[in-house]
Design a binder for this molecule. Sequence first.
Ligand SMILES: [Cu+2]
Length: 287
Amino acid sequence: MIGSKSARRLGAVSRRKRRAGRALLVTASAALVLTGCSPSDIPPMIGIRKPASVQGDRMYSLWQGSWVAAWAIGALVWGLILWAVIAYRRRSQAAPVQTRYNMPIEILYTVVPLFIVMVLFAFTARDESRVLQPVAHPAQTINVVGYRWSWTFNYLDEKVYDIGTPDQVPTLWLPIHETTNFKLTSPDVIHSFWIPAFLMKMDVIPGRTNQFPVTPNALGTFPGRCAELCGVDHTRMIFQVKVVTQTEFDAHIAALRAAGQVGLLVTGRVDNNANGKQGNTGVGGGS
Ligand SMILES: [Cu+2]
């Protein structure tokens, strides 16, 4: 008699716990759905700024979406922990019921993280392939040569160049709303061409040509960096990016031409080219 009473009591308690668990899940899901935000409505989160390019917008959305997913999963996990702490708090000295070899729970533990990783991977792969998709007819192509310890920008279509040194920081000029295709080459070691404002960085590797397109959509001057520890003067491999109107861009190209900076510096250095020491010649087009 006493046994069946306590069994009923236990049954009632576990029903209450199940109901509380379900209510928590429903509340968490409803909160997520009802907010109805898109990633662009969300304020910037850790480690990122609003991008200044069309391609950057896509990467920004991916970043924001990943944070939203992380917060949602975090909130759910914290909620479940809190619920378990309260619902299963110690009420007597007796050891609680131990759950072992529960196949549905074991499968859930495996499938849920796998699902999360697959979703993050799918969105990342989709956005990466779209951002790196070669543009059939870019407005211009610039060969960026990263060399120890600065940068040279070969404007392939206009056949002019701009060269920097560690003491004289070079400036890359880009026309706004036009797609520029970058071809990255290096005559010495691996560098990394990084313009934080475009949320884009790519390795510059000797012996191969990496490329990616960028369509700037904000006027201004932005910092650029080498993002690969390439040697003793790595920190001096800085440059600037100036996004200007088409007219200003044309005027700058004319100024480079007037200054005699005509042709293509394959190795990045004026003296090396003059000595005929050719580096990576895989840039093609416009040379
Ligand atoms: Cu470098």
